[in-house]
Design a protein around this ligand. Sequence first.
Ligand code: PEP
Ligand code: MG
Length: 323
Amino acid sequence: RQADLQQGLSLPCTSEDGMAVSLQVNADLHPEFEILGQAGVGGIGLFRTEALFMSFSQFPTEQQQERYYLKVLQQAPEKPVVIRTLDVGGDKPLPYLPIREDNPFLGWRGVRVSLDHPELFLGQLRALLKANLVVGNLQIMVPMVAHLDEIRQCRRLLNQAVAELTQELAQPVPTPPLGIMVEVPAAVFQLSTWLPELDFISVGSNDLTQYLLAVDRNNAQVGEQYDSFHPAVVAALDSIARQCRGHRFGLCGELASEVPGALMLLALGYRHLSMNANALGAVHYLIRHLELNQLAALRQSLLSARDSSEVRACLSAQLSQPP
Ligand code: PEP
Ligand code: MG
């Protein structure tokens, strides 16, 4: 059945009532690249670069990174590839950058590390830009943003890297689209202010759930309380979708990899979903058998649900309807 579902990916991802949805794949060091050739898969929606950095015993050089990013971009030359800048710290330590903190998830991670070490960040940006000269499908995404000024600093450093390379290589270097992960609750409340300075956003539902519910995403003791179907998470996802009308927005957390999660996101208006390779077939099948314009009532009932079991019940009821 899984094999049948994956076969369906050769068809474009269009709902029963003719709406296009972009399904993309999440990937890291050992991506399942074969799937990118399928018509129903719209590129890479999240390429995590941490694993690359972890595979080295010291910071990889600009050249080592460039070689690697080029391989990634070339896997889907006709499709967008979103590469996320380094998201170390939290649950992803680097052996050669020891960080000792009492609260690592609230500490030095993601864009905070990049902006405190602009030389490392610039190296990563330059490697990305150089790889992109060959292919041209790169989009850059920054993790853990909580302040407008972080976006501005990233934009400034990206412009600086473009200007440096334009001079060094004596050829025009295109500026790729720049986006952020929406995964810190502060971002949910500030999005409409930030959007004019961004080319796209993608929700990181793993961290957004962790921070909204104050539940460590890796602590089994509180595992039951980590729940992306909590009404507060639903309300945040809906607020993001409302604020992003007219802008490109999507989601790349685990939530999109579960059929009920994907259904919820579609009902809230999400049309760009990035997920694990093995979830693509089932979500693609769901979309091809769904009338996306008929989900307004589901959205209303999701927003009225009082706890996560009511949220799940709304989704199960919809999923058990005959096609
Ligand atoms: C997320 O937080 O939802 C996400 C996609 O990023 P990561 O799991 O790498 O933190
Ligand atoms: Mg995250």
